[in-house]
Design a binder for this molecule. Structure first.
Ligand SMILES: NC(=O)c1ccc[n+]([C@@H]2O[C@H](COP(=O)([O-])OP(=O)(O)OC[C@H]3O[C@@H](n4cnc5c(N)ncnc54)[C@H](O)[C@@H]3O)[C@@H](O)[C@H]2O)c1
Length: 246
């Protein structure tokens, strides 16, 4: 028996890092999955999980592709219970130097991608009695850090979006919550950040980076019936880093 037995989950960014770990852990917990990525690596994730997983190529910045992704879950399984908007890109830059093209890129993937995933999932969930939306924001969306002005602002947008969904769609039994990773060791963004600032991973009170499974386990809990009164919660997943002044 898993905590997600029988639930249908859709995951974006499932080719790497936290999305990939979520796919593995959701499968272990009994969920039926539709996994996606823009990179092609979602096929490898599906192979590693084994079993019956629907795989879709999906660029989350394109609304029609996200709509088709959710439609694939509904046509295959008749419903969607959990939407995990994990896909994201890391783009650094300061106020005086961040170019419009980079700002557009982060807006399109990190904000609009989450918006589209939430919108189409909520539409489908309303027809079947509710569900959960878990959005990947960032600690940088709560506390600014130099060099993350565009990225952090979009993640702050994801935090507000998540609270707004919780308020708008709580009455339809749709719960929306956000995970705000601090430093998580992943193949993609985590590795890039570690290469740039190696000591960042140990600045938190636990003195270590988080793992993709830390995020995946939290998402599994939030998506399960063990969390039925959690709605609009913004959770730092940071080893206590955000509690420190320095
Ligand atoms: N790793 C960290 O320390 C950290 C910290 C704070 C927030 N986050 C956030 O957590 C999420 C996952 O991060 P990660 O470290 O696992 O990243 P990752 O780079 O390992 O994986 C991200 C995945 O998203 C996919 N992706 C990128 N653009 C996409 C698009 N347009 N459409 C669909 N998929 C796309 C990539 O192909 C990749 O497979 C991201 O939203 C990221 O911003 C990560």
């Amino acid at each position: 028996m898993g905590i997600l037995d029988g639930k249908v989950a859709v995951i974006t960014g499932a080719g790497s890092g936290m999305g990939k770990a979520a796919a593995r852990i959701f499968a272990q917990e009994g969920a039926r999955l539709v996994i996606s990525d823009v990179s092609g690596a979602e096929e490898q994730t599906a192979k590693e999980i084994g079993g019956n997983v629907v795989v879709r190529h999906c660029d989350v910045s394109d609304e029609s592709q996200v709509e088709a992704l959710v439609a694939a879950a509904v046509s295959t399984y008749g419903r969607i219970d959990a939407m995990l908007n994990v896909a994201g890109i890391g783009v650094g830059g300061m106020l005086l130097t961040l170019e419009q093209a980079d700002l557009d890129r982060i807006y399109n993937v990190n904000f609009k991608g989450v918006f589209f995933g939430s919108k189409h999932a909520a539409r489908a969930m309303k027809d079947t009695g509710g569900g959960t939306i878990t959005n990947w924001a960032s600690l940088a969306g709560i506390i600014p850090a130099p060099g993350t002005i565009g990225y952090g602002t979009m993640k702050a947008g994801v935090i507000h979006l998540t609270k707004a969904i919780a308020v708008e769609h709580g009455p339809s039994n749709i719960r929306a919550n956000a995970i705000c990773p601090g430093v998580i060791t992943t193949e993609g963004m985590g590795a890039a950040s570690a290469a740039k600032t190696p000591d960042k991973a140990s600045r938190n009170p636990l003195g270590r980076a988080g793992t993709p499974e830390d995020a995946a386990d939290l998402a599994a809990f939030l998506s399960s019936d063990k969390a039925t009164y959690l709605n609009g919660v913004i959770i730092p997943l940071d080893g206590g880093w955000s509690c420190k002044l320095a």
